[in-house]
Design a protein around this ligand. Structure first.
Ligand SMILES: Cc1ncc(COP(=O)(O)O)c(C=O)c1O
Length: 399
């Protein structure tokens, strides 16, 4: 068996379920999914498709109506024109990214991954025989990737740059200006492709227009795969439907790979996704307003807790919390907290709250909390964390 690290966020969510099964009242702040149900009109479209017996094998790249709806989405939301043969549907953005790497990576080619970054990127690169190369960002820059750091990391072996905007785990949104500065670097290195993971596109607070790297120029569009999906914004995580748009040759290679592995995506579910993309979006406004309330509550509680601090995220539904001041502290049981994973373990034991350590995202000492849970639950969890921190004996700062 290859040594693949399990997804830290899924593992943390499972830990919470296991502890609950043992009768412990743990709160999970680990899960990266909205707690709102899928809107009714989307569910109904799937039910109608079942009733109409759309239950056979679906076309591998997605049903024509969904591919049309995806082209329309890119036109309307991102001012990008794609033909149906330049888009593909897969089992979530997760499978889109995996398939893109599987269909394109040669052994030992490098994939640049800004960190902190989503837990699965590096493992997917390794699973496909590539080499993940981490590009550290800085808390002081609100985790924006600096163009000079990108330039310095590119080698002859670089195949892909992975961008995620808004970011999981930081919620940072790169502006058009930030993205154009990265594109300027990439223009000097035409052998590098860009995979833009835009899954949190619609989870943004404030009025800043959204900009994705394929919009920079036709030349940039020709070397970019833009991944997106219905999981987060349409509250459809369990439907497993993601999509991507990019150069026809890459899409065709992904289709062939998908045809030999999973085949097309669950057929009636694709009708639900058509209804999602073509349907009303007013529910997103009320979901966003609720997320924003929770974000503000979470940021306030974190920044009022000794030893913790975080930025106000502009998008997604996570706080990436700096906890450097707690490293070296001693627990009431006499154990020393040496890493962020030690700290999150301590939170499970003492506060009965599950979070994901920053190490899982490639940056320590931090931990990630998801605020995709009810305000009361978030408040209770963060107060329990605060109480647990209050029981630590902090390492005295050297003079
Ligand atoms: C950055 C990022 N990309 C992709 C995914 C997976 O999306 P999907 O549910 O479409 O597979 C997630 C889920 O947590 C994510 O955070």
């Amino acid at each position: 068996m290859r040594e693949t690290k399990p997804s830290a966020s899924l593992e943390a969510a499972q830990l919470a379920r296991d502890l609950r099964a043992q009768g412990r009242r743990v709160i999970s702040l680990a899960t990266g999914e909205p707690d709102f149900p899928t809107p009714d009109h989307i569910k109904q479209a799937c039910i109608d498709a079942l009733a109409a017996n759309h239950t056979g094998y679906p076309p591998v790249p997605g049903i024509p109506a969904l591919r049309e709806a995806i082209c329309e989405k890119f036109r309307n939301d991102n001012n990008l024109n794609y033909a149906p043969n330049e888009v593909i549907v897969a089992n979530g953005v997760k499978q889109i990214i995996f398939n893109a790497l599987a269909a394109s990576l040669e052994p030992a080619q490098e994939v640049l991954i800004p960190v902190p970054g989503w837990v699965s990127y590096s493992e997917m690169v390794r699973l496909n025989g590539g080499v993940p190369v981490e590009l550290p960002t800085r808390y002081e820059d609100n985790f924006r990737l600096r163009p000079e750091d990108l330039e310095a990391a590119i080698t002859d072996k670089t195949r892909w740059l992975l961008l995620n905007n808004p970011s999981n785990p930081t919620g940072t949104i790169m502006s058009e200006q930030d993205i154009r500065a990265l594109a300027e670097v990439l223009e000097r290195h035409p052998h590098v492709m860009v995979l833009s993971d835009d899954i949190y596109e619609h989870i943004r607070y404030g009025d800043v227009p959204y900009f994705t790297i394929a919009q920079v120029s036709d030349a940039m569009k020709e070397r970019t795969l833009t991944a997106n999906g219905v999981s987060k914004s349409w509250c459809m995580t369990g439907w497993r439907i993601g999509f991507a748009a990019g150069p026809a040759a890459l899409i065709e290679a992904m289709r062939v790979y998908q045809g030999q592995t999973t085949g097309g995506v669950m057929h009636p579910g694709q009708y639900g996704a058509v209804a999602a993309l073509n349907g009303p979006r007013d529910f997103m406004d009320s979901n966003l307003a609720e997320f924003q309330k929770r974000r503000d509550l979470g940021v306030k509680l974190i920044n009022e807790t000794d030893g913790l601090e975080c930025h106000v995220p502009d998008g997604a539904f996570y706080l990436f919390v700096k906890c450097a001041d707690l490293i070296g502290a001693t627990t009431p049981a006499g154990n020393v907290i040496s890493t962020d994973a030690d700290l999150t373990r301590y939170f499970v034991e003492e506060a009965e709250v599950v979070c994901v350590p920053g190490a899982a995202f490639g940056m320590s000492p931090f931990f990630r909390i998801s605020f995709a849970c009810k305000s009361e639950v978030l408040e209770e969890a963060l107060l329990q964390i605060r109480a647990a921190i209050g029981k630590l004996e902090l390492k005295t700062k050297e003079a």
